[in-house]
Design a binder for this molecule. Structure first.
Ligand code: SF4
Length: 258
């Protein structure tokens, strides 16, 4: 399971080891931290923003920062996105950016999350698309001269109100919540998220499914091992008819691969 925590100075050697090619370094940093290769001291530049380290059971697997591009809390910009070199191409980048969106929208309360990618970095562009970002107008000079080449900046963004599947379908812990709704968290040794519908109505009435059959209009399925995919307060059918244009199989595949 991928998680986020604040970046610590001791993460720097690991993060810097993920980028050992000059061209990749400039795609990652645009040279704003210094010339390749930078030192750990130069990397402390990231502490001027909100730096996050993504980690799983094996340790750090990714890094990014969040900052305010326009001195307003209404927009946060993701920067310096990097994934461990041996974890690339496996969905970690998309999952990390979706966690970043969750932090920005649900905890920080911003209205828009944006980022910038060079047109020379198509793998990153595709990862950002998969995480729900779409291209926006470039408000500043959009061409950089790097290593003798001209690289165009592409600004991408996602709005809090966008009809985005990742904003709508939540992964809740404790797929057996329908039979264990009466358990207090202190009486059980597994993590169990309370049904958001029950929470809203202060009841224990609603259930996801009975014997593999959905009985809730917000139930989108189960993700192995024990998570519920729940679209509350958007009805399941609305989610599936959204402009993401996916059928239920597609939705479940996407969430299962997160
Ligand atoms: S699917 Fe329905 S019953 Fe299950 S957690 Fe979501 S709102 Fe609650």
């Amino acid at each position: 399971m991928l998680r986020l925590r604040p970046y610590k100075d001791e993460d720097a050697p690991t993060i810097l080891s993920w980028c050992d090619k000059e061209k990749d370094f400039y795609k990652w940093t645009a040279g704003v931290m210094g010339e390749y290769p930078i030192t750990e001291k130069e990397f402390t530049f990231v502490k001027g923003a909100m730096p996050f380290t993504a980690f799983d059971e094996d340790g750090p697997v990714g890094f990014f920062t969040l900052r305010k591009p326009h001195n307003s809390d209404d927009e946060l910009r993701i920067g310096f996105v990097i994934v461990s070199s041996d974890k690339r191409g496996k969905g970690y980048g998309r999952e990390m950016l979706i966690l970043g969106q969750k932090f920005a929208f649900e905890l920080y309360g911003t209205k828009k999350v944006s980022l910038v990618v060079f047109d020379s970095n198509m793998p990153a562009y595709c990862c950002y698309k998969a995480a729900g970002f779409h291209e926006a107008a470039c408000e500043e000079d959009d061409t950089f001269k790097i290593l003798g080449e001209e690289w165009k900046r592409i600004v991408m963004e996602i709005d809090v109100n966008e009809d985005n599947i990742h904003n709508k379908v939540k992964q809740l812990s404790g797929a057996n919540m329908d039979i264990d709704l009466t358990s207090n968290q202190s009486d059980i040794n597994w993590e169990q998220t309370m049904c958001p519908w029950n929470k809203e109505e202060n009841t224990k009435e609603h259930k996801c499914a009975v014997k593999n059959t959905s009985i809730c209009k917000y139930f989108c399925g189960i993700k192995y091992l024990d998570s519920v995919l729940c679209s509350y307060p958007y009805e399941n059918l609305d989610v599936l008819k959204s402009e993401d244009n996916m059928d239920k199989t597609g939705l479940l595949e996407i969430l299962a691969n997160k």
